[in-house]
Design a protein around this ligand. Structure first.
Ligand code: 6CS
Length: 273
């Protein structure tokens, strides 16, 4: 009995040991549970349940190299991803969850994976001349759709758009429909997401304005629990090898992302460390 107590005490005081077990746990489990949003080309779930998109494809390859053969995805609103990770419903977030200082406080991000600017989906001709979130704030009748807990929602609120004119939209198809039905004046997502929606909608009455003036280019990383920093470090080792070998670019660039953009910055820079 005494020996067991001592062992447990040692384990408790050796966080490195506990963290290292997370990778062992995932190897045992045979898969990593990832949170995604189903927002192509960042993340996508086909009708048959197949998961793709640049973020899951990179994560699947990295985990495979770590000895975790598969990823199992669950769809989540952006604002629920970090609470879900912390509640242990996911092992990682691989969804284009952009690195920002407040998020970097809550999770352990990998090095950058997918970078993109912000965009507006608008009626053809952009009749109200919206080029920035501040423009929308300045028009007392204008409403903007954005993902709940997402970066575009936060940018709109920070630019002074009142809460009742920032409409939470669950997914791209809903945002597209709401714009087409005139229930919102603008729908905001990253450039590649809006571009994907436009290509699929093939609606001549819509246009994209990008990049949104005053909004930065953001990059995501895979996000892990803080206590799983050793797993994050192992992920980073494989990610760095793939960036070096060109395999990283081969995965993300067909989706429209730039490997050079991700390789030109770092977690330290994006998290404001
Ligand atoms: O990180 C975010 O909050 C944003 N990322 C993506 C890929 N889409 C929208 C979302 O708001």
């Amino acid at each position: 009995m005494k020996k067991t107590l001592i062992t447990l005490a040692l384990l408790a005081t050796a966080p490195g040991l506990a963290q290292a077990d997370k990778l062992e746990e995932l190897k045992e489990q045979g898969f990593a549970r990832i949170a995604i949003a189903n927002e192509p080309p960042f993340t996508a779930v086909a009708a048959d349940g197949t998961v793709s998109g640049a973020a899951p494809d990179v994560a699947r390859e990295v985990f495979k190299r770590l000895g975790v053969p598969e990823v199992v995805a669950s769809i989540s609103e952006y604002g629920a991803m970090i609470p879900g990770l912390q509640a242990r419903r996911h092992d990682a977030i691989t969804a284009g969850l952009f690195m920002k200082p407040e998020r970097c406080q809550a999770v352990a991000y990998s090095e950058p994976v997918l970078c993109d600017a912000e965009a507006f989906l608008l009626p053809k001709g952009n009749p109200k001349g919206f080029k920035s979130y501040a423009d929308i704030a300045a028009d007392p009748t204008a409403t903007i759709g954005a993902p709940g807990g997402g970066t575009e929602e936060k940018l709109a609120l920070e630019a002074g758009v009142p809460r009742d004119r920032v409409i939470v939209v669950p997914d791209g198809q809903s945002g597209l429909k709401m714009l087409q039905d005139g229930r919102i004046d603008v729908y905001s997502l990253p450039v590649l997401s809006i571009s994907d929606l436009m290509a699929k909608a093939a609606d001549p009455n819509l246009e994209m304005f990008a990049p949104v003036v005053g909004a930065p280019v953001y990059c995501d990383g895979a996000a892990f629990r803080k206590e799983d920093a050793a797993l994050r470090d192992a992920f980073d080792v494989e990610l760095a090898k793939m960036k070096e070998s060109g395999e990283f670019a081969a995965i993300i660039e067909p989706y429209g992302f730039s490997a050079a953009a991700a390789m030109s910055t770092s977690r330290a820079q994006l998290c404001g460390e």
